[in-house]
Ligand binder design. Sequence first.
Ligand code: NCD
Ligand code: ZN
Length: 350
Amino acid sequence: MSSGSLSITLRRPDDMHLHVRDGESLRAVLPFTAARFARALIMPNLKPAVSTAEQALSYRRRILDALPAGTRFEPLMTLYLTDRTDPAEVDRARASGCIVGFKLYPAGATTHSDAGVTDIRRVDAVLARMQETGLVLEVHGEVTDPRVDIFERESRFIDTVLAPLAERFPRLRIVFEHITSRAAVRFVLSAREGIAATLTPQHLLMNRNALFAGGLRPHHYCLPVLKSEADREALLGVIASGDPRFFLGTDSAPHGRAAKEAACGCAGIFSAHAGLELYAEAFEAAGALERLEAFASAYGADFYGLPRNEGRIRLVKTDWDVPASYPFGADVLIPLRAGERIAWRIEEPA
Ligand code: NCD
Ligand code: ZN
């Protein structure tokens, strides 16, 4: 690093939306997150889904066992809400001390979501119990009706599911995950108290043209799908405003290359290798670098009622070359920006 490099030191951040998978995939990706984030909210969409407190505790143990020696990292667990979730599971989750919420996947919305909820009213008793105990509902906000235009599935979900749900359970704490659109920004800004949203690096840095730049780009395909430039600008507007209802959740979602580069490729972008650095680019582009720390390290913890982390991490403005791939069990993983450059790098403060 040249002595004149721009650098910023942040409180150690939290990734409030992360897929780490299991087994050798877990061991391949977890070190990237643990090198940057003190905690991460772990998505439960394994096969089979993590839908009971007992399963989440054993998954948490496997995550801790997969950490590189000497690494400190706290997985915050979520349970997968299904049509059959027992309201008593909410109390078991609460009692576990390490499960902070339930993830709502509309059935069929995305990768491994076939166990999801077919009609939100089927889980009313569970939601009522969550509202009582203060557990958070994390929502994948897209309708799954194949007749609805894919770019409108998020806004349709707001009108038909999320807005009515927020009214019916006025004290339920809700995180609208990985928001992608002007409609979602408008909804959160005008929503009642207790509603927040996460933002991914890909939705801040790219619009839907990135799916078709010079040809079909499967490694830019995720769900919700990238939206228009006007949508992206709305997301940049909220991060620049420093509104505490919007915080960091990478949605890093690793799939092996063979599953991505296929006739029917999987949704999911792997970004954990640069899970903080990519946001620094977005905040810098939005002219709001001074807002990054609160977005990454304060607002998420505050919403979840967790203490802010004590450690620090430094970001230095120095380009680095992203590898073309990373090992991923028997396959390889193609990271976001593979073979290209990222403008910021992380360093432990001296
Ligand atoms: C996620 C995955 O691969 O698990 N994919 C994605 O595109 N974001 C599932 C999800 O969170 O939708
Ligand atoms: Zn996700």
